[in-house]
Each structure stands twice: as structure tokens, then as C-alpha cells.
Design a protein around this ligand. Structure first.
Ligand code: ZN
Length: 371
């Protein structure tokens, strides 16, 4: 499938490959050719090596399904991965592809992948088109390799012996965000990044990495206006543009937003509800944008950390990156689980405003409950 997408900056052409099963009518995205996330990660490593003598940039390559959305086989059964122009290399380098020899690809393939390879190498003379199967009633999409959720069951913040804190970073990505991602990875910590449209355009591969490493990406508008000064249409445009930019890089549809300056009102609540976005404020403000001293930011973050806290920082300031490297290490030593906002809050309600995820007191048992 070829798609053309035009915005105020450019026109992009995208190529995706879907695989169709003639006997069941089922359609599969390309990442379903891989056996699982581990195999997709393995493939991504091999592709990084395979394209090392091209214009492709290794840091643009991450094991996510929106990047591995066009995978197939050549007539020898070698696995062929193709990327759109501008996706993993400068746009003027054109489309980039990598070939993994048949025997190397063998162990990475799912059952579907093996069948697709057989079909691709033997050819199919004739087939009929079956009715598409009915979608699952709950509308859920079956998990595919490279589709990552910002909430999983690896941490249960409601468990009494678990103390969770959500580190949140606004206005980025910035030039040193990759260092912050390194520090989070070193401590198996997760964070939430409320990204703004122009930095996403500037650092698209950092957004891709952020998503690929299991952090939550959330919406902080296109150009950081005070949303209470805009019409409903203006609020919608500002949020939708960033939804589209992040979706293009990651395939992910964000369901959290943070209004710039924490400024919200009834109109913002209505529009965010329509767009499926919960409004996330904070319980701890480090004021790191004003006080550019790593020591001060570090102390405020550590003093404010408590079970259920949402801590506000900005990853565009070098002092915040320096502070965060210490904060993450220290919180890890103190036994905190650093989680995404969605891990902290669980399912959120679009339009509603949240300031923290402090666990609610268990209601007192009334005598009638014990009968
Ligand atoms: Zn901001």
C-alpha cells in the first residue's frame, strides 16, 4: 500500500506491506512475520549492521511495527525489509532496504512468516478472495511484534509494598534526551515524555527510541500555547497536529496530554474528552525551567518524591538532565518503582484532570459487607 501525506513542511510517500491469508481472509501487518518482540529486536540489530555502509543512521532503527511495516521475501527466500525515504536516512538518500539471508532469517520467523516465505518463493497461480473475518467484538487489536503499550502489568502500583513515582518531562525532546534515556535504561526505570510538535520534528528518531524503550509519549501541543486563550477549534488543531506527528514516528496513538502552564478550562476539558486524551498535571513542580542548577532540581525532585507523585521536569535543559541522572539512581536505591503515568494511574478518563496517583484509602468495611 502506498500512501501520500502532505503537511505544511513536505510531502512524504509511505510504503506498507500487508499479508493476506486466502483461506481465512485474515490480513496481517508485516511485523507479524516475526515470531515475537525478541525476534523483531534481533532483526533490528541485524538490519543495523546490514545498512552500516548506507546513509542510514543506526540510531533511527528501533524494533517497532510502524518502522517494520514493509517486510517480505525475494525469490530466493531471503528476508527483505524496506524503509521509506526520510525514515531511517536523510530524505534525499531515498528508500533504504536491507536483505537478511534466508538461513539467518529462518529462526526469526513466525509460523505465518514461514508460510509467507513458502508462498513467495513458490508462487501461487490461483486464489479466491474470502470474506474478511469479523473484527473482535471489543475492537481490540491482537498484539503484534513492535506494538508497545505504555501500561503493562510488570508493576502493580496499588500493591501495598510498592511505591511508585512518575517522572515526567515536558517540551522535548531535547538534544540531551538520549542521555536521559540511557540513565532510565540503566535503572530499568520508565518515564513519561510530554512532547511538543516542533521538537518532535527536530528529533523524530528520539521519539521513536523513547517509544521503543517502553516509555510513555504524551501530547504537549504543537507550539505550546495557553490553551485557555484559544477557541475550541484552536485547541483541537494544536493537539491533533501533535497526535499525527507522534503517530507517524511510532504508530502510537497517545491518550494523555498536559496543557502548557497547566492552564485548562471547560473548553479544554471538552476537546480533550472528544480526542480521547486525559489531562495530566503534576503534584511536584521542580521549577527546573527557572532555576537552572542541577543540585536544586535534584533536591526538589527527591524531596517531593512519595508514593503516587507525578514530578514535573523539562528535558530541554542540560541542568535537568544532569539532575535526573542522580535522581533516577537515588530513587532506585530508595526502592521506588519509576513508572509511566499510565502505569501509575491505570485506565484514565478522557477529558478528566489528574494531579497525582496517590493510592486511595481502602473504604472501611461496613458490617453488611461481612455478611
Ligand atoms: Zn511546557
Amino acid at each position: 500500500m502506498t500512501t501520500t501525506e502532505t503537511d505544511s513542511e513536505e510531502t512524504r510517500e509511505g510504503h506498507s506491506t500487508y499479508w493476506y491469508e486466502t483461506d481465512t481472509g485474515a490480513v496481517h501487518g508485516s511485523s507479524h512475520l516475526l515470531a515475537g518482540q525478541a525476534e523483531l529486536t534481533d532483526l533490528n540489530e541485524r538490519v543495523r549492521e546490514a545498512v552500516s555502509d548506507t546513509d542510514a543512521v543506526p540510531s533511527a532503527l528501533h524494533p517497532i511495527s510502524s518502522l517494520y511495516d514493509s517486510v517480505g521475501f525475494n525469490p530466493d527466500g531471503d528476508l527483505v525489509v524496506e524503509f521509506d525515504a526520510g525514515q531511517v536516512a536523510p530524505a534525499d538518500a531515498g528508500r533504504v532496504h536491507a536483505v537478511l539471508p534466508r538461513d539467518e532469517a529462518e529462526t526469526l520467523l513466525s509460523d505465518l512468516g514461514l508460510r509467507v516465505r513458502d508462498a513467495a518463493t513458490t508462487g501461487v497461480r490461483e486464489f479466491s478472495i474470502d470474506e474478511a473475518p469479523e473484527a473482535d467484538k471489543d475492537g481490540s487489536v491482537p498484539a503484534a511484534p513492535g506494538v508497545l503499550a505504555p501500561r503493562d502489568d510488570s508493576v502493580d502500583c496499588s500493591a501495598p509494598d510498592t511505591t511508585c513515582v512518575a517522572l515526567t518531562y515536558d517540551d522535548g525532546p531535547g538534544g540531551r534526551t538520549p542521555e536521559l534515556l540511557d540513565a532510565l535504561a540503566a535503572h530499568d526505570a520508565k518515564a513519561t515524555f510530554f512532547v511538543t510538535g516542533l521538537p518532535v520534528r527536530e528529533h523524530p528518531w528520539v521519539v521513536r527510541r523513547t517509544y521503543a524503550e517502553g516509555h510513555e509519549v504524551a501530547n504537549h501541543t504543537l507550539d505550546h500555547p495557553n490553551l485557555t486563550e484559544l477557541s475550541a477549534g484552536g485547541v483541537r488543531e494544536n493537539l491533533e497536529a501533535t497526535q499525527a506527528l507522534v503517530h507517524r514516528e511510532t504508530g502510537y496513538t497517545m491518550d494523555l496530554m498536559r496543557p502548557p502552564y497547566g492552564a485548562t478550562d471547560g473548553t479544554v476539558a471538552e476537546v480533550t474528552a472528544e480526542l480521547g486524551l486525559a489531562q495530566i498535571l503534576w503534584s511536584v513542580d521542580t521549577n527546573d525551567w527557572r532555576d537552572r542548577k542541577a543540585k536544586v532540581v535534584r533536591e526538589r525532585a527527591l524531596d517531593g518524591a512519595s508514593d503516587g507523585a507525578i514530578i514535573l521536569m523539562h528535558d530541554i535543559h542540560p541542568t535537568t538532565i544532569d539532575a535526573s541522572i542522580d535522581v533516577i539512581r537515588e530513587l532506585d536505591e530508595r526502592g521506588y518503582s519509576m513508572v509511566t503515568v499510565s502505569q501509575l494511574l491505570g485506565t484514565t478518563e478522557p477529558g478528566r484532570t489528574y494531579v497525582d496517583g496517590v493510592p486511595e484509602e481502602a473504604p472501611e468495611e461496613s458490617p453488611s459487607d461481612t455478611e
